[in-house]
Design a protein. Structure first.
Length: 311
């Protein structure tokens, strides 16, 4: 077989059957033009200690900088880098979802793009997974954050754990490694409200954790504003718990009981009416939110839209 025919044969085989892929790295990207090259260099330095059969998937969440251009440059210089660009800003967890849809590795690492998740820790995650775990999460030992951010994170996870009726560890972020089996089941979960950590936990696969030191964020400010964090918190609770509905029922029953008890001493009917009316409106609002989210699920619209890709 001539060299040209051999190349054609390999090309067709790769396109039709695919090639073995030991590990995939999935990275949602947003406003990261200044450190994508460093991220890439540190990734390949670490990954070559594990295997040569790997891919790096970068999902550009419609960044307002040159992130996509940098991804194109990396993909042109290394065929193991694959880039996808959303048609609009969908959000970090949708970027992770897209990466999991397109990855082909036997093991898949998901991580952030701001270098807080240190690429060098991937080797330790992989080694721990080889002990027989389907999921290994990175537990952040030290978090270089401001006091206000720590308080916000602590409050979020306390409230989140309360509504989910189990302890959700706030020191664990997205950074983790998962087996192909876990990723396959992740792909089956297509609900619009995405909070990947809770989705993976709900599957019940064998999970371990290792402690890592989180680096300082390379960007000056997090892309998660206070408003976005509140939106993520509310959507995560609605997507994973019906406890707000159950609490509203209990609250309504308690108010009714108090109203019956206070009938003999009631001296301000107007205030009582306004109070109860406000609670009724609030409870209807909670129900309305759930109905609205259910309506969005019924429409079955795509979770994301790919505008461009490097392949």
């Amino acid at each position: 077989m001539t060299d040209l025919k051999l190349r054609i044969f390999i090309y067709i085989k790769v396109k039709t059957e695919g090639i073995k892929m030991d590990i995939s790295i999935v990275i949602p990207v947003y406003k990261a033009e200044n450190h994508l090259v460093e991220l890439y260099n540190r990734l390949i330095t670490t990954l070559k200690l594990i295997t040569q059969d790997y891919e790096i998937i970068m999902i550009d969440d419609c960044s307002a900088d040159r992130s996509w251009e940098v991804i194109i440059e990396l993909a042109e210089s290394d065929c193991r880098v694959k880039g996808y660009k959303f048609s609009r800003n969908f959000g970090q967890h949708y970027g992770l979802t897209a990466g999991l849809d397109y990855c082909r590795g036997d093991w898949v690492v998901i991580m952030d793009c701001d270098l807080q998740d240190q690429p060098e820790e991937i080797l330790r995650l992989y080694q721990k997974a080889q002990e027989g775990y389907d999921v290994v999460v990175a537990k952040r030992h030290k978090r270089p954050e401001t006091i206000s951010n720590r308080i916000m994170s602590w409050s979020f996870y306390k409230i989140f754990s309360y509504f989910l009726d189990y302890h959700y560890d706030g020191s664990i972020g997205n950074f983790r490694i998962m087996s192909k089996k876990v990723v396959k089941n992740c792909r089956e979960m297509r609900e619009n409200l995405r909070f990947l950590g809770a989705l993976i936990d709900s599957m019940g696969f064998s999970t371990a954790s290792i402690e890592v030191n989180q680096a300082k964020r390379m960007k000056d400010n997090s892309s998660y504003t206070f408003k976005k964090k509140c939106k993520l918190a509310s959507e995560a609770i609605i997507a994973n718990s019906d406890k707000p509905l159950r609490l509203s029922v209990k609250l309504g029953c308690c108010i009714s009981l108090l109203a019956l008890i206070s009938i003999p001493v009631a001296n301000n009917i107007i205030v009582s009416i306004y109070f109860i009316g406000g609670l009724i409106i609030a409870n209807l609002g909670i129900i309305g939110i759930y109905l609205g989210k259910a309506f969005n699920e019924i429409k079955k619209r795509p979770l994301y839209i790919i505008d461009k890709s490097t392949i």
